[in-house]
Design a protein around this ligand. Structure first.
Ligand code: FES
Ligand code: FE
Length: 455
């Protein structure tokens, strides 16, 4: 990457070289140094409820079969036949005890072990010539699961997933652990946008500033109960571990009253209280902050919102997870899942899904507003003038780099990490600092070669 030291130094000061949002060299560096190491979300366990269920997902340029084997264990296997490299599984999802390669017919169990080779004896001399035992589809270098969220890292020496997520696990539970049964997901909806992947990740991490401008029409048509100004004035942004997000301040009341206010029925609220720690309950009940959008470095985001889904004043909450899957410097595939507590009443699930589709499905109102900006930004960042421009990413910082407002104290906000009330680009800077940390480190040495034939 050209002028890498300068680019990263500027990013750390909150002065953002505009071209990082559309630069093929930067993208190559991201592939080599960042996406070769960081943990990336591929699927949720609830997408694989039965023995033999599988989905096929990409991690950058690599296709993986994520499967549940006969003993219930989850695997992520490189979707490439050991013989001559055909993609073993061509379907996007399904249920299978075995995968048979369409090219010459080698077959594999759903845990990756090779079991069948046509004309094994005649072509390879049978077990003596090619012992099938021990041969398997190449597993993902590292696999980790938290609250049913399945992650893959391309680094065989990746730090444990839970260490990577760090204190953000506290906040991840709000979205993905609302009862002992966990959540179920629907989707993903998939679509491509001509925008750089970082823009979405930064936006969801902490961009409360864009809402009154970009999403004016959504508020004006009355999709939300709170008046425009009141809704945001006491919201905060927090950053903990590898992720951060935004909250809205709710009217005074108990934990139960606040959860009811955003539309959760009593029975769901009771289960949340049983699941969450006292501090997790207190962030909402005592401190009054309801979690909203968030991002986990590098490229997943979460949404929690409570629009009106029908005439009148009733609102209903929905949760969504999305992944910003990088395709190139100027293109991203968005994967968007609807998320709901498995134990939620059926009527709640139905209406919550409707709320999700209305706001953040592929044709959701927020989605349309946001993407228009991001495509335009990416397009402009690809021009030569963008190389001469440092964008201002310093909101919430004074000239001497001290914050405009001091972080909240533990008495004001009992969640882990650092939280600030009001507007600021603290989280976007945290995210880009992580990005700079990865881009500074040399690329990992490739792991040993996996041999698809006997040695
Ligand atoms: Fe798969 Fe030949 S490439 S069996
Ligand atoms: Fe938005």
């Amino acid at each position: 990457m050209r002028d890498a030291a300068d680019v990263l130094a500027n990013v750390r000061r909150g002065m953002l070289p505009a071209h990082i949002y559309n630069d093929a060299e930067v993208f190559e560096a991201e592939k080599e140094r960042l996406f070769s190491r960081a943990w990336m979300f591929v699927a949720h366990e609830s997408e694989l409820p039965q023995i033999g269920d599988y989905v096929v997902r990409r991690v950058m340029d690599n296709s993986f079969i994520v499967s549940r084997d006969q003993s219930g264990e989850i695997h992520a296997m490189f979707n490439m036949c050991l013989h001559r490299g055909m993609q073993v599984c061509r379907a996007e999802q399904g249920n299978a005890s075995h995968f048979r390669c369409p090219y010459h017919g080698w077959s594999y169990k759903n845990d990756g072990r090779i079991v069948g080779m046509p004309f094994h004896k005649e072509a390879y001399g049978g077990e003596e010539g090619f012992a099938r035992k021990g041969q398997r589809l190449l597993p993902a270098p590292s696999l980790g699961i938290y609250n049913g969220l399945i992650f893959v890292s391309m680094d065989p020496d990746a730090e444990p997933l839970e260490d990577f997520l760090g204190d953000f696990k506290f906040y991840l539970d709000y979205y993905t652990k609302q009862s002992a049964s966990g959540v179920e997901v629907r989707g993903p909806q998939r679509w491509r946008v001509k925008a750089n992947w970082k823009i979405g990740a930064e936006n969801f991490a902490g961009d409360m500033y864009h809402t009154p401008q970009t999403h004016t029409s959504v508020v004006e048509i009355g999709l939300f109960r709170e008046p425009k100004a009141e809704k945001r004035k006491d919201g905060n942004t927090y950053w903990a571990g590898k992720g951060g997000g935004t909250t809205y301040k709710l009217p005074p009341g108990t934990f139960e009253e606040k959860m009811n206010y955003v539309g959760y029925p009593d029975e769901m609220v009771e289960r949340m209280k049983e699941q969450w720690s006292q501090e997790q309950v207190d962030v909402i009940g005592r401190d009054g902050f309801m979690i909203s959008a968030a991002s986990v470095f590098p490229n997943i985001s979460l949404v929690h919102n409570w629009p009106k889904v029908a005439e009148g004043d009733d609102v209903l909450p929905f949760i969504s997870i999305r992944q910003w899957q990088p395709i190139s410097a100027d293109e991203t595939e968005v994967l968007s899942w609807f998320v709901v507590d498995k134990e939620a009443p059926e009527e709640f699930k139905k209406l919550s899904y409707k709320a999700y589709l209305m706001c953040f499905g592929s044709s959701g109102m927020f989605e349309q507003d946001d993407v228009e900006n991001w495509v335009s930004l990416t397009n402009t960042a690809g021009g030569s003038m963008a190389r001469r421009l440092l964008l201002n990413g310093r909101m919430g910082m004074l000239h001497d780099d001290s914050p405009v407002v001091q972080p909240l104290t533990e008495d004001e906000f009992c969640g882990p990490g650092v939280a600030h009330v009001g507007y600021g680009e603290y989280n976007q800077r945290h995210l880009l600092n992580e990005w700079a940390d990865y881009l500074e480190k040399p690329a990992p040495v490739p792991a040993n070669i996996h041999v698809g034939a006997p040695q």
